[in-house]
Design a protein around this ligand. Structure first.
Ligand SMILES: Cc1cc2nc3c(=O)[nH]c(=O)nc-3n(C[C@H](O)[C@H](O)[C@H](O)COP(=O)(O)OP(=O)(O)OC[C@H]3O[C@@H](n4cnc5c(N)ncnc54)[C@H](O)[C@@H]3O)c2cc1C
Length: 413
């Protein structure tokens, strides 16, 4: 039987997995990457350590998907995180699991993940075109025919579009897949940056630049109801706030009107207001004649003290034994609810993920094939799905890449 000829566009996580899976299913595969090397984005994932997946069951994977989890059911079912872990370990990449079931290479080097995939692609004789940009997808009567690269047309039986989103465009993900999709009659759900820091209105955040807070409770509301609330870590920057809690919160704000949104930080989530007041009174009693400004050192990090003093409107030079109950209550209220106003999300240049993309209604979830163009498949971030941090976004790329590669190679699936 004649081998199926498959072109994969994009040498990121989804594209490499799709190419390998199709080659394993005995297809003749060409992988086209516009950069000079594979996996430029993969290289910077997990701060260079690559959190490749989350070692958890399908229900947990789906729970952490923000947009269109149901669409991913078949993809996760076909190739879940357990299979991914086996896949890498069988190829000699040792893995370890850290807090929150996050899986990393033992070496802590994302480059080892890329090397493993590249070696496997070469072993399977996948033809890789580097420095080659696909310019156009050619179809006829609703059937995929060929792709155009500079001065050349490459024919194939099927194409897999794995071009990523538009976040961190310096890695090559510049939204070309959206153009290929619209040119061939697909709709795109509006894109917006997600898992991204916030610009904040209050000037005090600039004074806190560099301060990282642990075990605080961060909440985001739309002015009426709480959208997100969690205990964890956050960071103040020169423009606003970032860190794990904030990035996750951004996925609830991305693509929405944030003009009425409010954020609050509970600096002492383990204490009720009354317990906190008692704690403050204890601290005050240990320095009765001391000044207010010198009394908070055991309660707060140094950088935060002048800001909290200013917000409490209590004179920092006042003696603690003359601070009134009303003033103390004001202090407690601020410590339990430090309010901030988001101005905007930072841009795609700083976003871990793109929300939006090729709408899922036009893709068959059991195969990843387009419902509009036969022989055209989508995989990875180009699709309108996104998830929280923790390895879930890469798992989407691996699972959809695997399913697209398998379906494109074995058409009677
Ligand atoms: C800083 C950062 C850290 C992250 N850390 C993690 C993490 O630890 N864990 C996690 O799960 N997720 C993480 N993510 C998200 C994760 O990287 C993405 O979800 C994933 O890379 C998407 O894979 P993809 O293959 O769909 O797209 P991409 O990785 O973006 O790959 C797309 C590829 O297509 C190529 N391409 C585009 N257009 C063309 C064209 N016209 N012709 C040829 N080639 C083309 C691009 O050059 C690129 O190589 C992180 C993202 C960022 C930005």
């Amino acid at each position: 039987m004649k081998k199926r000829n498959i072109i994969v566009i994009g040498g990121g996580a989804a594209g490499m997995m799709a190419a390998l899976t199709a080659a394993d299913a005995d297809a003749c595969v060409t992988l086209i990457e516009k950069n000079e090397k594979l996996g430029k984005k993969l290289y910077i994932t997990g701060k260079g350590r690559c959190n490749i997946t989350n070692d958890s069951d399908i229900q947990n994977l789906l729970f952490h998907v923000m947009s269109n989890p149901k669409f991913l059911y078949s993809a996760f079912n076909t190739f879940d995180s357990k299979k991914l872990i086996d896949f890498f370990q069988n190829k000699g990449l040792n893995l370890k699991t850290e807090r929150g079931h996050r899986v990393f290479p033992v070496s802590d080097k994302s480059s080892d993940v890329i090397k493993t995939l590249k070696n496997a692609l070469e072993e399977r004789n996948v033809k890789i075109y580097y420095n080659t940009e696909v310019e156009k997808i050619n179809t006829k009567d609703g059937v995929f025919k060929s792709v155009s690269i500079k001065n050349k047309t490459l024919n194939a039986d099927a194409v897999i579009i794995a071009t990523g989103g538009i976040s961190y465009p310096s890695t090559g993900s510049t939204g070309d897949g959206y153009r290929f999709a619209t040119d061939t009659g697909h709709k795109i759900k509006d894109t917006s940056p997600s898992l991204v820091p916030f610009n904040i209105k209050e000037d005090f955040v600039k004074e806190l630049q560099g301060l990282s807070l642990r075990n605080v409770e961060f909440s985001l509301s739309d002015g009426k109801k709480i959208l997100y609330r969690e205990i964890g870590e956050m960071l103040f920057t020169h423009f606003g706030i970032s860190g794990p809690l904030v990035l996750t919160a951004s996925s609830y704000a991305s693509g929405r009107d944030i003009s009425n949104m409010k954020m609050a930080v509970d600096l002492k989530p383990g204490l009720t207001k009354q317990q906190l007041d008692e704690r403050i009174l204890r601290d005050f009693s240990e320095c009765k004649n001391g000044l207010f400004k010198n009394s908070l050192g055991r309660l707060l990090p140094g950088k935060l003290i002048p800001v909290i003093i200013k917000l409490s409107s209590i004179d920092g030079d006042k003696k603690v034994n003359s601070i009134t109950k009303q003033e103390r209550m004001r202090l407690v209220d601020i410590l339990k609810r430090l309010v901030m106003t988001p101005i905007s999300l930072r841009g795609f240049n700083e976003a871990v993920i793109t929300k939006g993309g090729v709408i899922v209604k036009e893709i068959n979830p059991s195969t990843m094939e387009s419902k509009k163009v036969k022989g055209m498949y989508f995989a990875g971030e180009v699709i309108d799905t996104d998830a929280m941090t923790g390895g879930y976004n890469l798992q989407i790329a691996w699972s959809t890449g695997y399913l697209a590669g398998l379906s494109a190679a074995v058409t009677d699936m």
